[in-house]
Design a protein around this ligand. Structure first.
Ligand code: NIG
Ligand code: FE
Length: 423
């Protein structure tokens, strides 16, 4: 079995556990100075401080050794909310935005999500695959080792399936691990504009059963928003998904609060996403249901809106995750480090709370907290070596990519570091 020893870690920082951390625990981080990590195969086999060779000397001969040269090391980052697979871009909307058109105005006039639906329907599998693969490479370069990916730019049987098949193929062929979410309820497609009930029937009776039968998604999401799907419609779609084994997630309170977050407890949602204008009743529902609040600060930045009440959520005992929301409309950014800056500067999360938000709580938002999200013996060997001395630096430096190396399942994914390997 291949073994990799990472030595000379200046500071190892990680949340601990196999579940989301909330309240004061969100900011509790284990830190070890002068540390080492041993990865055997794909799994972390040992963590310690000081000289590893006096402690794991019997493994010395068959080890590859990477000198971290004093770097900060954290778990690989988990991006728990992305719209990874889509055709085209929407840079044409920038001018409309600058002239005052709102996100919902653009959608209502047949642009926005609906224009990406047209581009995604007309794109072939290969085109979608290679485009999303480039995006995944970039995500990895920012330190993301696990991500969620949603469908939702097909809004018909074939294209929704096509997107989910692309996600499956990427998961099989790219080092970043993916969790797939069915988001057929992302908008009402043009051909159903006069028959929205008919579209919801179609989703519940045909598309959801097919997606579940083919094992193409783990989660079912709905865009619960004014002019998109009401809370009542969202409830129906999420329950239909649940009957077919798809775990509920919900886009809620992004622009207007129409009761989506309040549903989380009722439907047993694993996460609620956006929550920019979330009310106290929504925060209480998430706290009661143990739902992860998956917050997307780069979207607030891009939309020019306010920021989700993250501090109130932490203070109420709601576990907070932070993700990119990468998509062609409301957040054309793959840079989770920007979201990490904004989480500190705008949400007022401490750097420790922010680290939990992009690691363990992100993992919990996609049901992966037993496997990834922290550096502990038995978890997957996913880590980031940073060009940074401590966690404050990650919240503080802006606009640079601070990643030095990414290690995924014990493999160094950066050539330069591989050359530095001492055998
Ligand atoms: O998370 N809000 C809905 N979905 C995406 C935006 C999708 C798009 O504009 O293409 C979001 O912001
Ligand atoms: Fe989204």
């Amino acid at each position: 079995m291949d073994k990799l020893l990472v030595t000379n870690i200046g500071l190892l920082a990680t949340p601990l556990g196999t579940r989301a951390r909330s309240g004061p625990d969100q900011g509790k981080i284990r830190t070890l100075k002068n540390a080492w990590i041993l990865i055997e195969g794909e799994t972390i086999a040992g963590i310690g401080q000081g000289d590893p060779f006096t402690q794991c000397v019997q493994m010395k001969e068959s080890l590859a050794v990477l000198d971290a040269k004093g770097a900060l090391v954290t778990p690989g980052l988990v991006d728990a909310h992305t719209h990874l697979v889509f055709g085209g871009w929407r840079q044409n909307e920038l001018g409309l935005k600058l002239h005052g058109a709102s996100y919902l105005d653009i959608l209502a006039s047949g642009g926005g999500i609906l224009s990406t639906v047209r581009a995604t329907r007309s794109a072939g599998m290969d085109e979608l695959y290679w485009k999303a693969r480039d995006a995944l490479d970039e995500m990895l370069s920012f330190g993301i080792t696990t991500a969620e990916a949603k469908s939702g730019y097909g809004l018909d049987m074939d294209t929704e399936i096509k997107q989910l098949e692309v996600i499956r193929k990427l998961n099989e062929t790219h080092p970043v691990d993916l969790a797939a979410t069915f988001l057929g309820a992302h908008a009402v497609p043009e051909e159903y504009q006069k028959n929205r009930e008919g579209y919801i029937d179609f989703l519940c009776s045909q598309v959801i059963p097919m997606v579940a039968e083919r094992g193409l998604a783990e989660f079912c999401d709905v865009f619960c928003e004014k002019g998109v799907f009401t809370a009542k419609e969202s409830y129906r779609i999420l329950m239909a998904g649940k009957e077919h084994g798809l775990i509920p997630k919900i886009h809620a309170d992004e622009i207007e609060a129409i009761g989506g977050t309040e549903l989380t407890c009722e439907v047993g949602a694993i996460s609620a996403e956006h929550l920019i204008v979330c009310r106290k009743s929504g925060i209480d529902a998430m706290a009661k249901g143990g739902t992860v609040a998956c917050l997307l600060p780069s979207t607030s930045f891009y939309l020019g809106s306010t920021y989700a009440p993250a501090r109130e959520m932490v203070n109420t005992g709601v576990p907070v995750a932070v993700a990119t929301d990468f998509n062609p409309g409301s957040c054309p950014s793959l840079n989770i480090q920007l979201a990490m800056n904004l989480a500190c500067l705008k949400y007022k999360l401490t750097p420790e709370e922010m680290l939990t938000a992009v690691t363990l709580n992100g993992a919990a938002a996609i049901g992966r907290a037993e496997k990834v999200g922290s550096l502990e013996v038995g978890k997957q060997g996913d880590l980031v070596l940073w060009n940074a001395p401590d966690l404050n630096y990650l919240g503080y430096r802006m606009g640079s990519n601070l990643v030095r190396n990414v290690i995924k399942k014990g493999n160094i994914l950066n050539l330069k570091a591989k050359e530095e390997l001492l055998k």
